[in-house]
Design a protein around this ligand. Structure first.
Ligand SMILES: Nc1ncnc2c1ncn2[C@@H]1O[C@H](COP(=O)(O)OP(=O)(O)OP(=O)(O)O)[C@@H](O)[C@H]1O
Ligand SMILES: [Mg+2]
Length: 658
C-alpha cells in the first residue's frame, strides 16, 4: 500500500442531537438560552409566547421575540450559523455592544431549541449602524429555517444549507408596536405532548434570571416575568439574630454581601417558607452569575446527597456571584454548558463551596433559634400554668423540653400537646425515666429523640401499656371479689365505681347510688324495695354534644352469705325494669333525649328472672349479664389492647435508636 488514507476527525450532523436535544432537554432550558441570546443582543424587551396548559399539537408553536440589535446577513452566517464559535474569545471581550456582561460563550445555545422543537425559524432585522465603513443602513431583514431532522441526516463533512422561513411577517410586539430592529425565533414541531403548567413553569423560569428589569424586561404571554420571590416566613439577613455568620458581612437592603476567603465577592439572601416546599426542585439556594442561573437550587454539596438536616425542605435563597462566569474561553468556564450547574469538581470553587456549606448550616441554626423563640413566646402562659404543680427542679427540667420540641418542626399547638402528654404521664415511672434520660443527652440529640417520640406517639404507647397493666390487676381483683362472694355494697360497688371501664371502656360515671327522686322520677316502690339505682353511667359524650347514652346499672352480689350462688329472682328483674321505665320517661323530656340502657349483673338468674328478662321496654336497651361473662369480656379486651400497645411501644423504641 503506497497511498495511505489521511486520518481525519469527522463530524456528522447527528452531533446536534448531543449538543441540543440532550444537553437542554427541558422547555425551561430551551427558553432560557433564547432569552440569554436576547440579553446579549442588548434587547430592552423579550416577549415569549408559550402555549401553557394545553397538550401541544402539530400547530403549537413557541415564539421568542426581542428588540435587540438583530443580525445582518453576514452576522447570521458568521455568528449564528457557526456551531461552537467562541464569542468572547473572537470579540476579545466579554461585554456586549451595549456594555452588558455577556451570557454567551460557547456558540451552541441556539441548539437548545432542539431540546423542545424540531424546527427553528429565525427572522431578524439588524439595527442600523456604521461598521468599519460599511453602512448597514437600509439592510433588509434576514430569515432562515433550521430543520433538526434534516440537520441530523447530514453526512460526514457536509454543511447544512438553511431552508426558507415561512413566517416573514414584520416584527411587532404583542401590544402591536412595530419593532424597528430585533430578532424573532419561532419554534414549531414541538416535542413534548404533555401540557405544561403555567405557574410551575414561570416559577422555575423566574429562578433562572435575576436581570434588572430596567435593562431588559422578560414577558410571558404579555405579562412581565416577576423576580423570584417566595413568600418566606424567615428571611436572612433581614431577620438575623445577633449571631452573624462571618465578620465583615454587610447588609444591603434584603441582601447580604461579603468577601470570600479567596477575595471574591458574593451577595446572598436565604429564606424559609412556612410549609415545606412541595416541589423538590425549588428547595435550596440557586447561584446566579451575570443575572442568569448558574446552578439550580442546591445546598452546596458536591454530590447531590440527601442531607437529613431538619429545615432543608423549607429553604430557598439566592447567591449572586458574577465572577463565576468570568473569562472568555471554554476551558475557564466554571459553569456547565447547559448553565444549570456549576462544575462542582473544579478546585477553584473550593472556597466558594466551603463558604456556602457554612452559610447553610448557619442559616438552619438561625431558623431554629428564631422558631424556638416564637414557639416559646406563644406557649409561655399555657406552659407555666401546666407546670405550676411541679417542684422548681422539675419545672426547670420540663421547661427544656419545649425548646427541643420546637426545633423538630412542631407548631406551638403540637408542642403543647406533647407537653400535656408528658405532664399527664408524670406518674408513669417509665415515661418519667424516659424524659429524665433524654434530658441528659446533648441538645442536638434531644431534638432528634423528641422528634421520633412525637412522630411515633411514643408517650401514648408507653402510657397505654402502663394503663392496661394496671387495669388487668383491677380485673383480677374483681375476679377475687366475685369468687369470695364479697358484698355488692360496699366492696364490689366501690370497685366498679373506681373502675367503670370494667363494664365497658366507653362509660364514665355520672353518679352512683342515684336516688330516683333526685332525677325527678315519681316512683311508688313496693314496701321492701328501696328507691335507688345502683349506678347511673353515661356514655362519654363527644363534645360539644351532651350525653349520648344513659346506662342504669344494677349489680347483685355473686354468692349468698352461706356461700351459695345468688340467683336473681323474678321480682328483682321486674324492679330493675321499672327503674328503666322511669328513667326513660325522665330523659324523654330532654330536648335531645339520650338512649337509655340498662344492665343487670349477677351470678345467675332464676327461671322466673329469665322469663321476665325477655320483656322489652320501648326505647330502652336491656342487658342481663353474669359476672363470669363481664370478667371474660373485659379481660379479653384488655389483653388484646395490651398486645397492640406493647408491640407499638417496642417498635417505636427500636425506631428511636436508629
Ligand atoms: N436574538 C439574537 N439577536 C442577535 N444575535 C443573536 C441572537 N441570538 C443569537 N445571536 C447570535 O448568534 C450567536 C450564536 O448564539 P448561540 O446562543 O448559539 O451562542 P452564544 O450565545 O454565542 O454562546 P452560548 O452557546 O454560550 O449561548 C450569538 O453569539 C449571537 O452573535
Ligand atoms: Mg447564547
Amino acid at each position: 500500500m503506497s497511498e495511505e488514507a489521511v486520518l481525519e476527525l469527522k463530524f456528522l450532523g447527528a452531533l446536534v442531537e448531543q449538543l441540543g436535544a440532550q444537553m437542554y432537554p427541558s422547555a425551561t432550558a430551551t427558553i432560557a438560552e433564547l432569552i440569554s441570546n436576547a440579553w446579549d443582543a442588548d434587547a430592552a424587551n423579550v416577549w415569549v409566547e408559550f402555549p401553557f396548559g394545553e397538550p401541544w399539537t402539530e400547530d403549537s408553536k413557541i415564539v421568542v421575540l426581542d428588540d435587540g440589535h438583530g443580525m445582518t446577513r453576514a452576522e447570521a452566517a458568521d455568528q449564528y450559523l457557526v456551531v461552537g464559535r467562541k464569542r468572547r474569545v473572537e470579540a476579545r471581550s466579554d461585554e456586549s455592544r451595549g456594555g452588558r456582561l455577556l451570557h454567551g460563550r460557547k456558540g451552541i445555545g441556539k441548539l437548545a431549541a432542539f431540546g423542545t422543537a424540531r424546527v427553528l425559524e429565525c427572522y431578524s432585522v439588524a439595527q442600523a449602524r456604521a461598521v468599519e465603513g460599511a453602512d448597514t443602513n437600509g439592510v433588509s431583514p434576514i430569515s432562515f429555517r433550521l430543520d433538526y431532522d434534516h440537520i441530523r441526516r447530514r453526512p460526514v463533512g457536509s454543511s447544512y444549507e438553511t431552508e426558507a422561513a415561512q413566517d416573514l411577517s414584520p416584527l411587532v410586539s404583542p401590544c402591536g408596536r412595530e419593532i424597528v430592529h430585533g430578532t424573532r425565533i419561532t419554534l414549531s414541531g414541538l416535542r413534548m405532548k404533555r401540557a405544561i403548567g403555567e405557574a410551575r413553569f414561570l416559577d422555575s423560569m423566574s429562578r433562572r434570571f435575576a436581570l434588572d428589569a430596567s435593562e431588559m424586561r422578560i414577558h410571558f404571554n404579555g405579562l412581565p416575568l416577576s423576580r423570584f420571590n417566595y413568600d418566606v416566613q424567615i428571611r436572612l439577613p433581614r431577620d438575623m439574630t445577633g449571631d452573624r455568620p462571618r465578620e465583615g458581612l454587610q447588609v444591603d437592603g434584603d441582601w447580604a454581601s461579603e468577601e470570600l476567603a479567596d477575595g471574591q465577592r458574593v451577595r446572598w439572601w436565604i429564606g424559609f417558607t412556612e410549609k415545606p416546599l412541595a416541589d423538590e426542585n425549588q428547595r435550596g439556594i440557586s447561584v446566579i452569575a451575570r443575572g442568569k442561573m448558574a446552578q439550580r437550587p442546591f445546598h452546596f454539596e458536591r454530590v447531590g446527597g440527601v442531607s437529613n438536616q431538619l429545615g432543608l425542605e423549607y429553604m430557598v435563597g439566592e447567591v449572586e456571584a458574577d465572577w463565576l462566569d468570568e473569562g472568555w474561553d471554554i476551558g475557564e468556564d466554571r459553569i456547565q454548558a447547559n448553565r444549570d450547574q456549576l462544575r462542582l469538581e473544579d478546585d477553584t470553587l473550593d472556597p466558594f463551596l466551603t463558604w456556602g456549606r457554612k452559610l447553610v448550616a448557619w442559616a438552619l441554626r438561625e431558623r431554629r433559634e428564631l422558631r424556638t423563640g416564637t414557639v416559646k413566646k406563644e406557649i409561655a402562659a399555657e406552659l407555666e400554668e401546666l407546670l405550676a404543680p411541679f417542684t422548681t427542679d422539675q419545672r426547670k427540667a420540663l421547661r427544656r423540653i419545649p425548646a427541643a420540641l420546637a426545633a423538630t418542626e412542631m407548631s406551638s399547638v403540637e408542642v403543647m400537646r406533647v407537653m400535656h402528654d408528658v405532664v399527664n404521664a408524670r406518674d408513669d415511672q417509665v415515661v418519667r425515666q424516659m424524659w429524665e434520660d433524654i434530658d441528659k443527652e446533648a441538645p442536638d440529640a434531644q431534638v432528634r429523640i423528641w422528634d421520633v417520640i412525637h412522630r411515633f406517639g411514643l408517650i401514648d404507647a408507653r402510657r397505654n401499656q402502663t394503663i392496661i397493666e394496671t387495669r388487668l390487676k383491677a380485673i383480677d381483683q374483681l375476679k377475687a371479689y366475685v369468687e369470695e362472694g364479697a358484698k355488692e355494697v360496699p366492696t364490689i360497688h366501690r370497685h366498679i365505681k373506681e373502675n367503670v371501664w370494667l363494664l365497658d371502656p366507653r362509660w364514665h360515671l355520672l353518679g352512683d347510688e342515684v336516688h330516683l327522686e333526685d332525677l325527678g322520677i315519681k316512683y311508688e316502690p313496693e314496701p321492701d324495695v328501696g328507691k335507688r339505682m345502683d349506678y347511673l353511667f353515661a356514655m362519654q359524650p363527644s363534645a360539644p354534644s351532651t350525653v349520648d347514652e344513659i346506662l342504669v346499672v344494677e349489680i347483685k352480689r355473686a354468692k349468698t352469705k352461706d356461700g351459695r350462688v345468688h340467683r336473681v329472682s323474678g321480682a328483682e328483674v321486674t324492679k330493675f325494669q321499672d327503674y328503666l321505665i322511669q328513667a326513660e320517661q325522665v330523659y324523654a323530656r330532654d330536648e335531645h333525649p339520650p338512649q337509655v340502657s340498662g344492665i343487670m349483673i349477677a351470678d345467675g338468674f332464676s327461671g322466673a328472672a329469665r322469663q321476665r328478662s325477655k320483656m322489652e321496654i320501648p326505647g330502652v336497651r336491656l342487658h342481663y349479664r353474669t359476672w363470669a361473662r363481664v370478667i371474660r369480656e373485659t379481660e379479653r379486651l384488655h389483653r388484646g389492647w395490651l398486645t397492640v400497645a406493647t408491640r407499638r411501644a417496642d417498635s417505636t423504641e427500636r425506631g428511636a435508636e436508629h
